[in-house]
Design a protein around this ligand. Structure first.
Ligand code: URA
Length: 311
């Protein structure tokens, strides 16, 4: 985009975002048509108070504003990957049936909880990308929605930095109820709830899962390695064979059906330990997920080494 087409506030916002993205280790930003080619894109780039916030405070990251799902660049679909997907309506119905079965069976009644709501998960029932955390916190318990507290706001920014909107992915937790004092779920608690998570995955059939933090990563990978050892490389989720054969969500999936997993640090850990190094590690993990999904191909020229937007 040429400098002459940008208003001063917008140039300031672009500079600010570029600096923050550099800090994160981001070396490109996925982009749609340039404003010159698309009046709609130009209109969207106009500064909006709610989107271009003042200078970021320490402990926050600033990325491009979220795009509404309808305006977001559609994630590229590969016919091979799409072939195994359920129709959206069918997937949504199966997810609702699974939620009701979870309520009836209430696996959380086997352990101590501090919950008012069941936070089952939300997002596109046919999402190509799924994020999985450990358990709802206070805000999630209050609203019944996953990742809506501080960690959730950071997760939203991570999703937006990938060029996606929250509505385009599916977000769930291993535990669907809040543990007392936000305690880290035990492996027994995770094991009690895992079959429901596995079935959620088999209904949504994502092409990539990003696990957030140790409980989710260990539950899906059946590994006891540390987060530092797990993150940054590809792993494979294999649903237990009996579940794959018997669960409604597993119907139509071959016995060898698997999903690639990229484990990364939990956003709550990032908030507690907000170092450039940790942010760069998380961004590197998300980049690997983007590459796998074919999302990492375009470049705006807004790169860490390209201060072309600096005024
Ligand atoms: N942390 C999680 O693991 N999940 C949530 O939904 C919120 C915070």
């Amino acid at each position: 985009m040429s400098r002459s087409t940008l208003s001063e506030p917008l140039r300031r916002a672009v500079r600010q975002n570029a600096r923050t993205l550099q800090l994160l280790g981001v070396d490109f930003v996925p982009m749609r048509a340039s404003p010159a080619e698309s009046p709609a894109a130009a209109a969207e780039l106009e500064p909006k108070p709610a989107l271009f916030s003042p200078a970021p405070e320490a402990g926050t990251i600033e990325v491009r504003p979220p795009r509404p799902a309808s305006a977001a660049a559609p994630a590229p679909s590969s016919p091979a990957a799409a072939a195994g997907k359920l129709a959206p309506q069918h997937a949504a119905e199966l997810l609702e049936e699974l939620r009701q079965r979870y309520e009836r069976e209430a696996p959380h009644s086997r352990f101590v909880t501090d919950h008012h709501s069941i936070v089952f998960g939300e997002g596109d029932p046919c999402a190509r990308l799924m994020f999985i955390g450990e358990a709802p916190g206070a805000e999630e318990d209050r609203t019944g929605r996953p990742f809506v507290g501080r960690a959730g706001q950071l997760l939203d920014k991570m999703i937006n930095a990938m060029g996606l909107a929250r509505e385009q992915v599916y977000i769930a937790n291993v535990l669907k109820t809040r543990p007392p004092n936000n305690a880290t779920p035990t492996s027994d608690e995770c094991a009690a709830c895992a079959p429901f998570l596995y079935e959620q995955i088999m209904i949504i059939r994502p092409e990539v899962i990003v696990t957030l933090g140790l409980p989710a990563s260990r539950t899906l990978l059946n590994s006891m390695e540390s987060m530092g050892a797990l993150r940054g490389r590809w792993w494979t989720f294999r649903p237990p064979a009996p579940l794959l054969a018997a669960a409604p969500g597993g119907q139509g999936l071959g016995t060898g059906w698997t999903v690639p997993i990229m484990p990364t640090y939990h956003p709550a850990f990032l908030l507690r330990s907000y170092t450039t190094e940790n942010r760069q590690k998380v961004w590197a993990d998300l980049r690997l997920a983007m590459e796998r999904l074919g999302l990492a191909t375009a470049s705006t020229g807004l790169t860490a080494n390209s201060p072309g937007e600096e005024g």
